[in-house]
Write a protein that binds this ligand. Sequence first.
Ligand SMILES: C[S@@+](CC[C@H](N)C(=O)[O-])C[C@H]1O[C@@H](n2cnc3c(N)ncnc32)[C@H](O)[C@@H]1O
Length: 251
Amino acid sequence: MADRSDVRVGAPTMYSAVKGMPMKPSLLRALFAVVLCSAGPVAQGQDHRPAQGATEHKPDHMRHSFADVERYAASFDNPARDAWQMPDRVIAALGLRPGQRVADIGAGTGYFSIRLARSAAAPKVFAVDVEEAMVQHIQQRALDAGLRNLIPIRTTADRANLFEPVDVALVVNTYHHISNRVGYFSDLKAFLRPGGRLAIIDFRKDSPEGPPVEFRFSAEQISNELAQAGYTLQTSHDFLPRQLFLIYVVK
Ligand SMILES: C[S@@+](CC[C@H](N)C(=O)[O-])C[C@H]1O[C@@H](n2cnc3c(N)ncnc32)[C@H](O)[C@@H]1O
């Protein structure tokens, strides 16, 4: 992975998708309430347990608080994850080119966002998350690394609310957290550039870790939902041992 030290200058701007304009972090903090929550088994390498006091599973979707950044950073950014998550190979498979834009939807602690921003193509990366604490965390990581091409965005659960269309929308281990996925990804088409792609990475049913089985989907289930949202499967990568890696384009 190339070290993009040439793009590390100045402070990245954090955006509020709700207002659609740059905001001061302090103002942002005051405006947003903490969202989300869910539950899951103890993960081997990635923590899916509910945060203390978090709402347990709802029948229709996962509600999971990711407010405890320190705890999730220890899990999501555990170097042991790299062995099965293969981030460099995933990013290489996306085939990004200079000048392109990527949205990392459900960016979490920035595991993929940081790597994408530092990757050879140095794309503009929108790190999108509903959890304010995660967005603040990524903001700090981007500042520390001087990654001006990494733009954290606090969004809402029902829409990605990007303000610039992207070439790739990457959704890692987050598909199963989104409710009304047909509506969500149908709306997302408006934020994809012509030829834009939607990349879904999520736990296989037989993965040794991941969310509860009812929140693990087969490739067919995901493709059926996304077909209803107006997408068709372009590529299915099989190299990830624990997750499906599916790439869709607009029909
Ligand atoms: C399991 S974590 C995955 C984080 C990251 N993609 C990774 O692989 O390390 C799921 C993340 O998605 C966020 N999230 C959940 N529902 C979301 C939604 N509807 N839109 C955007 N982010 C969401 C959560 O706040 C959390 O940070």
